[in-house]
Write a protein that binds this ligand. Structure first.
Ligand code: 3HC
Length: 711
């Protein structure tokens, strides 16, 4: 193995400028060998009398993108990053970072520790540590406020969102912005060497960190404290339950209240505490789970190359179809939207235009981008117009005869190599595929509503789908910025099948005497983005009702979703009728508890012979809903509907508002221990006497072997 860091003592056309060349694919992460290599290279360069300045440069697609996240779960090895950065900063010869790509976390901190920074246009700078349950641990919370001010530091560090160098032009972070983009790396190196030469000619000295004092007068300090408090309050709501953003604010506050050395020590303490926390473990798991979903498990040796998809069609211009069309257009793919009538088509295209206008008004998209996207979307009522498209996504009415009729029609008009995908949420895609003469080219592409916003895409392989089709659908998802997860066919696939168990328990608890707000509050307090019943009201209780009615595998049990079904039959469909589990103000749509709903539910419980109790605790609610998910997830793994436990987590994190700092249901099960999970499920089985709480054999088996779900 070649060393990931090399000192090149003489740069092209500059004998007194050295290059520290970092080559640690894929993203030049600061693994142990890189940290040690940088220290050695700096030492060597300092000792070499012929070297007057040092450029830090990276091979590959990006400058250093951060610490090596894979090392976080292991025993830390010296030298630690702060030591490396201190060495760079205290180097007697000017150090200059040549930036391109995504300069993130420890990579950005390393750049800030350099005496100068040169970047090409389009370079992204960021401190995304909070997204991993961490805070910057090598000076980010101290150097960024000192160089660019407290407000920018608070914004960048607590959001974790990278920003382009062009947007940061006025903050004094970059000393020289080269007018070329990152694809021209040769130019970056040449220009950085030129910059270093000019520094030497002008006799510029190194800028040592300790020479970066944070001098704020008392008025500025007061304003900075106030700003910190505003961020604390905002994040207490936005990042509910997460420790890292609050620790980051505390550390940034130290930048103007403590001397630098003390504040750096405190920063490291916060970082180390976060790194060892269950929250960070879970968020790191989430990071790798999302990367892992793209890795398909192929049976053969050869991995198919995805087919290039340049034109698609979407069947159905309703909310879902329109959202899907937007996903394709956003990714630069031309879309033909098919509807049954011109009036429906016009309605659908107008609704898309409105959604784009809203995105523009909110500053999410530029006018130019909106125009480009709208130009990619065309409409038709004629199937013949779909003859040349590469792929079709059907988003029509959710019944088998309708879907089969559409697929049969598509099969006749589309070119033989075209992929035919269904957006069905529940139906058996094996059966849909049989309506065509190309079942191997039929696949599920299950988007989540609103399709243009939600990150999740379940890519459903039928028993006929070939590897080429699956790979292409997965790659297309990635192109649209989705987290694509490959799953197999079963009722509700992975996400909705598990959600049915979660909803079943929420409904059962209502019949047993819990109120809707008690159930929802318990789940929000636990960490879910919204309570299940408020979600159900929002999406329409009748949607699930219809799906259950059509489900031939539905349990023959009147208590199964008994509360929801009764409310639908009483005309309470949720927000759209201003009444469901809650009531909604007709003007403001504001939700409030509704005694009428509670009375109806209680009367229904009596009718079903369910004895209600008033001792239902929040803990019972949380465990029943979450453990129902875990148990079903284990069945799904056992049946190989999902390939990995981490795929299930990625689905729940990106499609159902599962709290990221708990890592997903399967990660959570490992964290609390399978012993607790199995024992509690058995207790619920005894308590309920119903058949829903059969412990999944996989859980029992793993427990007996002393293993975890992730093993
Ligand atoms: N450590 C280890 N592996 C990393 C990594 C990191 N920091 N960042 C990315 N990788 C790996 C990915 O797991 C993936 O591996 P795989 O090919 O085996 O699946 C590979 O690099 C390529 O990553 P992507 O598929 O994500 O490539 P993209 O080009 O789409 O994105 C990226 C590149 C923007 C750098 C993205 O990977 C990313 O955001 N990485 C995380 C960056 C980060 O969070 N840095 C901060 C780390 S914490 C820190 O620095 C603490 C410090 O303050 C002390």
């Amino acid at each position: 193995m070649t060393a990931p860091v090399r000192l090149i003592p003489t740069a092209p056309n500059a004998d007194n400028i050295a290059i520290i060349n970092i080559d640690n694919p894929p993203v030049n992460a600061l693994s142990h060998a890189v940290r040690q290599g940088v220290i050695d290279a700096i030492t060597q360069a300092e000792q070499d009398e012929n070297i007057a300045a040092i450029v830090i440069y990276c091979q590959g697609k990006t400058f250093i993108a951060g610490a090596d996240i894979k090392e976080f779960g292991k025993t830390p090895k010296e030298p630690h990053l702060p030591e490396v950065l201190q060495r760079i900063n205290q180097c007697s010869k000017p150090t200059i970072a040549a930036l391109f790509g995504t300069v993130l976390g420890g990579g950005f901190e390393l750049a800030l520790a350099c005496h100068y920074r040169v970047a090409v246009r389009g370079t992204k700078l960021g401190l995304p540590e909070v997204t991993l349950g961490l805070i910057p641990g090598a000076g980010g919370t101290q150097l960024l406020p000192r160089i660019a001010g407290v407000e920018l530091a608070l914004t960048m560090i607590t959001s974790g969102k990278p920003q382009k160098v062009e947007q940061l032009d006025s903050y004094g972070i970059i000393d020289f912005l080269i007018n070329t983009d990152s694809s021209n790396k040769e130019h970056l190196l040449t220009e950085t060497i030129l910059f270093a030469k000019q520094l030497l000619e002008k006799n510029h000295a190194s800028k040592i960190i300790t020479q970066l004092p944070m001098i704020l007068d008392s008025e500025q300090k007061e304003a900075a404290h106030l700003l910190c408090q505003q961020f604390r309050d905002k994040l207490a709501k936005k990042s509910r339950g997460q420790q890292a953003p609050q620790s980051a604010i505390n550390s940034i506050e130290n930048s103007f209240t403590l001397p630098l050395n003390e504040a750096m020590v405190k920063e490291r303490e916060y970082f180390v505490a976060c790194r060892g926390s269950t929250q960070s473990r879970a968020m790191r798991h989430a990071f790798f789970a999302e990367k892992m979903t793209a890795k398909l498990m192929h049976s053969g040796d050869t991995k198919p190359t995805p087919t290039d998809i340049t034109s698609v069609a979407v069947i159905g211009a309703g909310t879902m179809g329109g959202g899907i069309a937007m996903c394709f257009a956003n990714a630069g793919i031309s879309v033909s939207l098919l509807e049954m009538s011109q009036s429906n088509l016009a309605k659908g295209i107008n609704a898309i235009a409105k959604r784009y206008q809203q995105a523009e008004a909110r500053g999410i998209m530029t006018k130019q981008k909106v125009n480009q996207c709208m130009a990619l979307i065309t409409g038709t009522c004629d199937y013949q117009d779909l003859a040349q498209v590469d792929l079709v996504v059907e988003a029509a009415f959710e019944t088998m005869p309708v879907k089969q009729q559409i697929f049969s029609q598509l099969d006749k008009v589309c070119k033989p190599e075209a992929i035919l995908a269904s957006n069905t949420s529940y139906l058996d895609i094996d059966e849909i595929a049989k309506a065509t003469t190309r079942p191997e080219k039929v696949v599920g592409m299950h988007f989540f509503s609103p399709a243009n916003i939600m990150k999740l895409l379940e890519v459903v392989a039928t028993k006929y789908t070939d590897a080429q089709t699956l790979t292409t659908a997965m790659a297309l998802g990635k192109k649209m910025g989705k987290i694509s997860v490959a799953v197999k066919v079963c009722y509700g696939f992975v996400g909705n099948r598990m959600y049915a168990c979660y909803g079943r328990e929420a409904n059962m608890l209502l019949l047993e005497g819990a109120t809707p707000q008690q159930v929802d509050n318990a789940m929000v307090q636990w960490g879910m983005a919204m309570g299940p019943l408020a979600v159900n009201d929002m999406s329409g209780i009748d949607i699930g009702y219809q799906a259950r009615q059509a489900n031939t595998e539905r349990p023959d049990d009147p208590t199964y979703f008994g509360a929801a079904d009764m409310l639908v039959e009483a005309g309470r469909l949720g927000q759209k009728t201003h009444a469901g589990f809650y009531q909604y103000d007709e003007k403001t749509n504001k939700r409030s508890p509704d005694d009428a709903a509670i009375k109806l539910i209680n009367a229904h419980a009596t009718k079903l012979g369910i004895k209600q109790r008033n001792d239902i605790s929040d803990e019972e609610i949380q465990q029943r809903l979450i453990f129902a998910l875990i148990n079903e997830g284990a069945y799904i793994l056992e049946q190989k509907i999902a390939s990995r436990a981490s795929d299930i987590d990625a689905i729940w994190l990106n499609g159902y508002g599962f709290p990221r700092h708990l890592g997903g249901p399967m990660c959570y099960a490992d964290e609390i221990g399978l012993e607790t999970v199995v024992a509690t499920i058995k207790k619920f089985q005894q308590q309920s006497g119903n058949t829903y709480w059969q412990v999944a054999p996989l859980l029992e088996q793993l427990l007996a072997q002393g293993k975890k779900i992730s093993d």
